[in-house]
Design a protein around this ligand. Sequence first.
Ligand SMILES: *Cc1c(COP(=O)(O)O)cnc(C)c1O
Length: 656
Amino acid sequence: MVSQVKKDRRRQDRPTSAKGFWTIEDSEELYRIRGWGDPYFAINAAGRVTVSPQGDRGGSLDLYDLVSGLQKRNIELPLLVRFSDILEDRIERLNACFAKAIARYNYPGTYRGVFPVKCNQQRHVIEDIVRFGEPYKFGLEAGSKPELLIALASLQKPGTLVICNGYKDRGYIETAMLATRLGQVPIIVLEQPEEVLLAIEVSRELNIVPVLGVRVRLHCKGIGQWSETTGDRAKFGLNVPEIVWTIEQLKAANLLDSLQLLHYHVGSQLSSIDTIKEAIREASQIYAELAKLGANMNYLDVGGGLAIDYDGSKTNFHASKNYNIQNYANDIVAEVKEACEEKAVNFPTLISESGRAIASHHSVLILNVLATSDVPADLPSVDREKDHLLIRNLYETYASISAENYQETYHDALQFKEEATSLFSFGYLSMTERAKAEQLYWACCKKIREIARQQDYVPDDLESLEKDLSLIYYANFSVFQSIPDSWGVDQLFPILPIHRLNEEPTERGTLADLTCDSEGKVDRFIDLLDVKSILELHPLRDRAEAGQLPEKEPYYLGIFLVGAYQEIMGNLHNLFGDTNVVHIQMTPNGYEIEHVVKGDTMHEVLGYVQYDADDLLENIRKHSERALKEGKIHLDESQLLLQHYERSLRSYTYLS
Ligand SMILES: *Cc1c(COP(=O)(O)O)cnc(C)c1O
């Protein structure tokens, strides 16, 4: 099954200003916001992104206004904005879809989801999920000992499930078993043969009858970015012979009644519904067989994998998915019902460990563009008598460009530019002359691009023109800290300006971050047609304020769907720390800022690499005392330096 290519894609007419003006509908189509953003993100008549955190049921807010307001409160960019209501809406949606599927197929069991803590461990997020999940008895899944500690302490309602996954030592298993005494239902999922023996031993020692599960390594493999970790040779889980062995061990220890859950996890971001069906079909059979072998089966845990449509294409491309939550729930419920009926076994409570599907939408990263690169395309003055022939030729080419000859003149210009470069290398052209030639060449390219953009069809040999003329947008953030999966696994996130969307984005650009790493860039963007290497953006505008240095008007970009995995995977490359975070909650007449979590200061990031800020400051003080004594620095200069140093230690690691 090949599913890495988007299907049913035909080249579409790109939105153009051919009709003479640009509308917000053009922006909607260009950035595909309905595809990935519905029902939370949209564009308003003022050309700004709006957020409706309660989906179709509540009010909306203007993201640009929100960000401007936060900046007035000294909350600097880059900034991660969380919408708690989106988390609530996602949890409700998932539960509603399962409830609907259960009703539709007349399924005799229930659904009890758990949130995998590893997807976003931030305390405020987990607290929200626990609170919003209470009506549904929504539980938590832990994949490690520290996550188990979070899960056990965070859940309030007795009877809520805690699924205990990951590698386990004695301490992990003892903690989980003792917690059964608190009224929670920790289910210890056995993933390794050693854990089976350990669980039996600990249960005997503590005299606690645990609820146990087994994680099976399904034959079925996920497809896409995370597929290597699944299938017969997966890192986790017991194979079928090991499961049969586990049954024997538990039986011998008189603990077969404890085995109540079957778990599997095919992989994250399963783009194709076929994989989901194949997995649940195999797992349903194993579940039924376990019941037949005498285990007291009650739960079937389908793991994670419920995907997000990052590019809004509704295909089985890795950044998309060809199904919705309702299809997902329907297929799971229908398959399990059929298998259990056929084998006449108990219908399980269905569990999913959906992380990405719950957490992705709720966070938006906002960044400001600091500057852009540009090609040197100012038209130089050309002297028709004195200038080099090549320069005069280029100038004439420029002057002659028209809709009739733009393709031909492009090749002329290209050839003249190449000649200029080689003449320069052989010493026949001065640097000033080469500069003129290059400026003229770029001026030709820009003029040709203007004409090409008006055409219905762009000739193949001009396709690279947009890329060659594209700008680098220098943005105030670190890819490694805020969207590590973009760097690490080429994950795509929707990126667009959050304002000026009623204006045509006439530039094409890629993003460069603040790190001194050539990998610190974004040059892959969502597209209907596969992936695009440049993004449509607006030119930066000057803000003319009387008597001041010319300054650029702020230009804000939003990176969307970053609520899952990005924060904890982010790292301190170049010592750019955690960004500022705000939690926004809707109120009947607007919104309120629930929490502000300040990003790392330089003092803090230096501490992570074992520098003591006071020691550093003391060293600088000593250096400057010495320089003062030697007469190398003035007292006021040394004071200023120390002030800057001290202030920096207390401030944000990003540019202000
Ligand atoms: C990572 C993980 C999940 C979460 O997967 P999503 O695709 O984010 O829903 C669930 N279960 C296990 C065992 C995992 O390792």
